[in-house]
Design a protein around this ligand. Structure first.
Ligand SMILES: NC(=O)c1ccc[n+]([C@@H]2O[C@H](COP(=O)([O-])OP(=O)(O)OC[C@H]3O[C@@H](n4cnc5c(N)ncnc54)[C@H](OP(=O)(O)O)[C@@H]3O)[C@@H](O)[C@H]2O)c1
Length: 407
């Protein structure tokens, strides 16, 4: 064994590739895909699988999770149950029993990542979660690798495949929001309760992971301004397409000693902007470093096999070395979006009268019962605040303009 230091995280490197005996928690879309992917990897063996009572139908399966997380024959636990409980208790137990842990569960890492990182450090095991942000894209690990070459100054992209699929269906197939959602659900992209995706919470969770991995800073969850696509209508698409614009749900984060910006919002992009070419359920995840061109990763952000592929990357990493994706010295910061200023598009019903909105409007079109506006540059902070007040009484859709962004 060779001791080394890896971006401030303690890392123990193995001279030989380890073989791993894996315990799998959950056998749904990702769990099944990982099982089939590992059939061709002799050094990575799934020895035990936790499933619900009545579903543990083959010899490797058990409905007692302790037979996985406390099993001395297992050295690595992969958690793909989803949700916070019992995932939290089981991951904690696995780490305390000295097992490496890989998870694809962004909500779990957001809620308990620091606790897991400390346990992993104490027990000298790995805690990795590449698949929790970007699905099949090795976004987090690419940022960790790139930090050796200089600090990462900003991160962002389209990190939710479900909403991108829905918007793309609305744009290319002229579906209504409801039809696009139904289609996403029938293809297994959206859950029965789609709020996490369409309200931007999934993107928020991924943005927080991208920021902590790239900058050591957890941005306080309530300080991030988040607008999803729930209010997007076919009327918006028709109007925006006539103006050469597409909608994408983007996130942006910038962390430095002096600035902490973090927000999620629908954004209008032109045909020559990279985001415009991201179709179906694909993602684009990017990061910037001082003096270097923006690094972009484009591909499937979700789906059983792509996600399992990212879990496989983590397992192969564990075969070579022991490390944690979360830095030891994370700090909590508040996002401050008052200095990030750009123009906005706003659509609302003719019945709305609002002098503050009127005073920042530079172009206004009335078509039937709807008003479509473009504003002068406004801070993200002010716009989200104004819209949440207006929304108390009037439905409204709004989106930032990418080309007018100051960051
Ligand atoms: N699917 C993707 O594209 C994707 C991409 C990136 C990350 N992820 C993450 O990967 C994780 C798994 O996602 P998934 O799509 O594979 O979900 P899924 O298809 O719903 O699978 C979850 C599995 O866990 C089992 N499970 C859940 N709660 C359980 C409990 N209390 N006891 C026993 N078994 C339980 C389910 O059993 P039942 O079938 O019996 O309910 C199911 O087998 C989630 O954290 C998700 O956010 C998924």
């Amino acid at each position: 064994m060779i001791e080394c230091f890896h971006y401030k995280y303690k890392c123990i490197q193995s001279e030989d590739m380890r073989t791993l005996t894996i315990g799998l928690l959950g056998y749904g879309t990702v769990g099944k895909s990982l099982d089939s992917l590992l059939q061709t990897h002799d050094a990575l063996t799934i020895a035990s699988i936790f499933r619900r009572k009545g579903k543990a139908v083959e010899p490797r399966m058990t409905d007692d999770p302790m037979k996985v997380v406390a099993n001395s024959a297992i050295d690595t636990v992969v958690e793909v149950l989803g949700g916070l409980h019992p995932a939290y208790e089981l991951v904690k137990s696995a780490l305390m029993n000295g097992k490496h842990v890989v998870t694809a569960n962004k909500a779990l890492v957001n809620a308990y990542g620091d606790e897991f990182k400390r346990l992993a450090e104490v027990h000298q095991v790995s805690f990795l979660f590449n698949a929790a942000c970007g699905g099949g894209l090795p976004y987090l690990s690419s940022m960790i690798d790139s930090r050796e070459e200089g600090s990462i100054t900003s991160v962002g992209g389209i990190l939710n495949g479900t909403t991108n699929f829905m918007i793309d269906q609305m744009e290319r197939k002229h579906l209504s929001f409801e039809e696009a959602l139904k289609q996403a659900q029938s293809l297994g992209y959206a859950e029965a309760d789609p709020s996490g995706d369409i309200d931007g919470i999934d993107t928020l969770n991924k943005l927080r992971l991208a920021l902590v991995v790239s900058s050591n800073r957890w941005v306080e969850v309530n300080s991030v301004q988040v607008e999803g696509i729930r209010s997007l209508q076919a009327d918006d698409i028709t109007f925006l397409q006539a103006n050469g614009l597409k909608v994408r749900l983007l996130c942006y984060g910038q962390m430095s000693e002096t600035r902490s910006i973090a927000f999620v919002e629908p954004t209008l992009v032109k045909a020559d902007e990279s985001e415009s070419a991201i179709l179906a359920n694909n993602n684009i995840a990017w990061f910037s470093q001082d003096g270097q061109p923006r690094q972009e990763l484009i591909g499937q952000g979700a789906g059983g096999l792509p996600t399992a592929g990212n879990i496989l990357r983590d397992l192969e990493h564990i075969q070579r070395s022991t490390s944690s994706m979360l830095p030891m010295d994370t700090i909590l910061v508040q996002a401050d979006n008052t200095q990030e200023v750009h123009p906005y598009y706003v659509r609302h019903a003719l019945s709305l009268r609002n002098s503050a909105l009127e005073s920042i409007t530079v172009e206004k079109y009335v078509l039937g019962e709807q008003v479509y506006r473009f504003t002068s540059p406004v801070s993200v902070h002010a716009m989200h605040q104004m819209m949440s007040t207006i929304r108390l009484h009037h439905p409204v859709f709004y989106a930032g303009l990418l080309s007018g962004r100051s960051v």
